[in-house]
Design a protein around this ligand. Structure first.
Ligand code: IPE
Length: 258
């Protein structure tokens, strides 16, 4: 089986609050059909999560009784569920039976960390040829009231349990570059990243991102690659790349190894 994450930067416009990129999402869902249901899908929050979460400082947790932050928690949760339902709609229109699994229903959190994870519901859905769909969300937290669970963290928990044959991160760039490719024309794609060359990558900080920029993502991906030999990040804005990668063809991408 494979695990795919549709990053928030491809299915939303990250700069504009709650803007869904329906056409891109529809096309990517069509490409996902190449996996023939042997898959778990995760998606990011993009502008349905990061903008309000960052404005309210939800990445630092919530003091008990902080009404302003609690209101933001409710709104962000509502917004990411709305995004999730848009993704499910695109899947349905492409004849795929998506079923939503919000992270707080399968995992517990303390001090911003996942402290346990129950994969049963994912298994049950796959046994019935359904497609489990999880996503980055705000989650109740034992120590800091609420914290943020990124889609990447769910990916790690899933990879640890399912040991998939392939993990694909769908981004809005070809992979990992030595410099920010959106700012530097001469930025070079790095074909393979491991803990030994992760230092060569510029941090690429996006300040509205509450779950960290590229470097944090890569650290997580290196952890994931300990449970999966084929862990890649590719460009979902180029038609056909996701489908080709699912089918085992060579595509421009960065491979992450332990
Ligand atoms: C973030 O999830 C969750 C919230 C901000 C509530 P991700 O970190 O997985 O989202 P993207 O892929 O960066 O948009």
């Amino acid at each position: 089986m494979i695990i795919v994450k549709l990053g928030g930067s491809v299915i939303t416009d990250k700069e504009t609050l709650r803007s869904f990129r329906r056409l891109a999402c529809m096309r990517l869902c069509k490409e996902l059909r190449a996996a023939r249901n042997d898959m778990i899908l995760v998606h990011g929050a993009g502008s349905f999560g990061h903008i309000l979460a960052s404005r309210a400082g939800l990445q630092f947790g919530v003091e008990k009784g902080d009404l302003k932050k609690l209101k933001a928690v409710a709104k962000v949760h509502q917004d990411v569920r709305e995004l999730n339902s848009k993704v499910l709609d695109c899947l349905g229109k492409n004849r795929m039976k998506g079923f939503s699994i919000p992270p707080y229903t399968v995992a517990s959190f303390a001090s911003g960390k996942m402290i346990d994870f129950c994969p049963d519901n994912f298994e049950r859905l796959m046994d019935n040829n359904m497609l489990p769909v999880s996503f980055g969300d705000v989650v109740p937290d034992r120590d800091i009231t609420f914290s943020i669970c990124s889609g990447d963290l769910i990916m790690l928990a899933l990879a640890e349990h399912f040991r998939p044959e392939k993990v694909i991160f769908v981004a809005d760039v070809d992979g990992v570059f030595d410099k920010d490719p959106k700012r530097y024309k001469k930025a070079k794609l790095i074909p393979t990243i491991s803990s030994s060359n992760i230092g060569d990558i510029s941090a690429g900080t996006r300040n509205k991102d509450v779950t960290g920029a590229m470097k944090n993502k890569l650290t997580r991906m290196i952890e994931i690659s300990r449970h999966c030999e084929n862990c890649i990040i590719l460009n979902g804005n180029v038609a056909g790349r996701l489908k080709d990668a699912i089918e085992g063809k060579d595509v421009p991408c960065t491979k992450v190894v332990a």
